[in-house]
Design a protein around this ligand. Sequence first.
Ligand code: PMP
Length: 295
Amino acid sequence: MYYTNDTIIFHNGSYVKAKEASTDLYAQSLHYGYGVFEGIRAYQTVNGVKIFKAEEHYERLKRSCALVGIPFHYSVEELEQISYQVLRKNNFSDAYIRPLVYCSPNMSLTSPKEVYLMICAWEWGKYLGDQNLRLCISSYQRPNPKSIRIEAKVSGHYVNSILATSEAKQRGFDEALMLDMEGNVAEGPGANFFLEKDGVLFTPSLGHILPGITRHTVLQICKELDIPVFEKKIKPEELAEADGAFYCGTAAEVVGIESIEGKPFAKSWKNTHGPIIQEAYKNLVLEKSFSHVLI
Ligand code: PMP
């Protein structure tokens, strides 16, 4: 259940009950996936309820709209304020916030005349759970970046993610790992990928992946903790040689990977950098001090 009889959302300029909000079945986004969204988390921190990296998420929302030609005029500040209002009106602290920019009725393949905004939130735990993940290599590649704007978080792109996750579950795995059109390791259906070898971390370079805000945060954490990390093209053969790996994303946070196609890693999770980064990330979102993980 994402909402109850009392849940309040922001929809086109006002705060309304989710149950009473409606939209037009002729909306262009519904037919063609031509809409843009974000996935944001709010945490009950030691300093009160805080939306983690709200500015970065709303800048990406605006950039995504610009990249695919959806006119969208809210400022980052307005969007942040609305998000806090939605949390407050629902009395949420640990929550997932979902802004969606969608287009007015238009059956032609042209830019819309009107654009709508909804921001909703729901109380939500971890996306992928606490358990380390058993991944399979997806038969679905990440989309060709010359066919779409891969760096934009566009609704229609997520058909690719749904296909990959559904296939993984049907095959009895927890989640998929997707390659790009050149056969290099890309990312998960909703998370970025890091691999560890001989104490060094590697993550796929930008170009075929969503530039995740958590990926960026993990790169910063590594810098701070003096963990060497490099962005590069990762070949699937390197997976078999790796000591460990993890996924990261706003919803997933930092989650360990147990095996890929049934093959476990050379080291157990607790002997990799993974748990340290996981803890550092948790401390960061909860606005706790890093200090005890530095020992
Ligand atoms: N890749 C994809 C395809 C995603 O959908 C997400 C989730 N937004 C991520 C990576 C992680 O991005 P972020 O850290 O910004 O949530």
